[in-house]
Design a protein around this ligand. Structure first.
Ligand code: C2E
Ligand code: MG
Ligand code: MG
Length: 411
């Protein structure tokens, strides 16, 4: 099939003759899952069958960008009709993808994500491609089996994301990340542990909160480098505490992408050995996001680490898939009730009911509960009465490690 270069060459030729060009970038959804489940040979056959189907479907210039990505180029003498034409074709592709593909002896149903970009003269091939790709990623992020048109806003957002990612990569190398701690108190109100929360001390922008840069990092393996930095700092700190005889847990947030990564277990075991840690004081906070892909493999990895004593907590519990039957199958010792539920305590009956239900289920499963975002004396009293650990501004705001230690150890 024509490749990326052929596309650029084709555009260079037709751009003399046409006023407007549209590009569909088509990517098969969950290809990684198919490869993982059935192997690459099978995956290659799926891609081949899909390419054949695209060939039947459209008389336009069709090519293969590589792996599971294809494109279709459409052109017109004048602009009006092309967006509708692109959309109709994209809808036909989505529909056709749903017809089972015959691969070896199976009838496999797949879906795809399609990004569409349209540019008018002067038509630049790279621009057309890049915009279609941006749109395709947006369709993917909406869950796949979708088409999405490029719009300028998306382009600006993509550029900002891209710049932030570049700066963060540099920041990590230049030691601009900072470790903060926020306390967790047990039901007697005594300090029992802390959560490690990362900040980015940007040379010109100041202190940046993780809400702004973690999502950017999570788009690539940059999040793994970031997680590993936090883990290394945290294990070093925990080792100091253990040498001082302090019985405190330290919780570290782990991105689902890191859990899925091949090095996850070795990253952690290496640190446990390096710092000679009592692993049971290390709590890894994962979100229900780990239940979306590669579930069996993730559970297996968690079990391997749990066997070494490492504890796991489900963060932001109640906001995600929250299937309690899944939680039962996970080697998890702790649930962190999301702050959105704690906010309504004690005045909102719904929140109280929700939290009470979580408490009773957690008790039956023998799980420790931590309330996040405890901001008032009432909420703190509720936690102590119900036997929950508490974390939140009522106790302290996240503080740089040295300040936190000063406050809690030298008091
Ligand atoms: P999270 O793990 O659920 O962390 C709790 C967040 O709630 C923290 O925000 C904390 O500062 C904030 N918080 C604590 N107490 C209160 C309170 O009483 N009221 C309110 N309104 N908020 C409170 P932060 O530090 O901005 O972190 C945001 C998120 O970023 C974290 O949510 C976590 O998902 C992620 N994150 C932070 N550090 C790391 C890290 O080292 N690695 C990874 N992968 N993610 C991290
Ligand atoms: Mg957390
Ligand atoms: Mg949370």
């Amino acid at each position: 099939m024509p490749n990326r270069l052929s596309l650029l060459e084709k555009i260079a030729i037709v751009q003399q003759q046409v006023a407007v060009a549209g590009l569909l970038m088509i990517n098969i959804d969950r290809m990684k899952f198919i490869n993982d489940a059935r192997g690459y040979n099978y995956g290659n056959l799926v891609i081949q069958r899909f390419a054949e189907r695209l060939g039947y479907l459209s008389p336009h210039f069709l090519g293969h960008l590589g792996a599971d990505s294809f494109y279709i180029l459409l052109t017109a003498e004048e602009g009006q009709a092309l967006p509708a034409l692109c959309q109709q074709l994209a809808e036909r592709v989505l529909l056709a993808s749903k017809q089972p593909l015959m691969v070896l002896d199976d009838a496999l149903v797949i879906s795809c994500s399609i990004g569409i970009s349209i540019v008018v003269k002067p038509i630049m091939g790279e621009e057309l491609l890049q915009r279609a790709e941006t749109a395709m990623h947006i369709a993917k992020r909406q869950g796949g089996n979708k088409l999405s048109f490029y719009s300028d806003v998306d382009g600006k957002k993509a550029l900002l994301m891209f710049q932030t990612e570049k700066a963060l990569r540099l920041g990590l190398a230049h030691n601009e990340l900072r470790l903060y701690l926020q306390s967790q108190c047990n039901e007697q109100g005594q300090l029992a542990g802390a959560e490690a929360l990362v900040r980015w001390q940007h040379p010109s922008e100041g202190l940046i909160s993780p809400g702004l840069f973690i999502p950017v990092a999570e788009r690539s393996d940059l999040i793994i480098a970031l997680d590993n930095w936090v883990l290394q700092q945290s294990c070093q700190l925990l080792a100091e505490w253990q040498q001082q005889g302090r019985k405190l847990t330290l919780s570290v947030n782990i991105s689902p992408r890191h859990v899925r990564h091949a090095d996850f277990v070795t990253d952690i075991t290496r640190l446990l050995e390096q710092y000679q840690l009592d692993a049971s004081a290390l709590v890894l906070e994962v979100t229900e996001g780990i239940l979306v892909e590669d579930i069996a493999a993730s559970i297996q990895k968690m079990q391997t680490l749990a066997a070494l004593g490492v504890q796991f907590a489900i963060d932001d519990f109640g906001t995600g898939y929250s299937s309690l039957s899944y939680i039962r199958n996970l080697p998890v010792q702790e649930l962190k009730i999301d702050q959105s539920f704690i906010k309504g305590i004690p005045q909102h009956a719904n929140d109280v009911a929700m939290v009470t239900t979580i408490i009773s289920v957690a008790r039956q499963l023998g799980l420790r509960l931590v309330a996040e975002g405890v901001e008032t004396a009432e909420q703190n009293a509720f936690c102590q009465r119900e036997g929950l650990w508490a974390q939140g501004y009522y106790i302290d705001k996240p503080l740089p490690v040295s300040e936190w230690q000063q406050r809690w150890f030298n008091a």
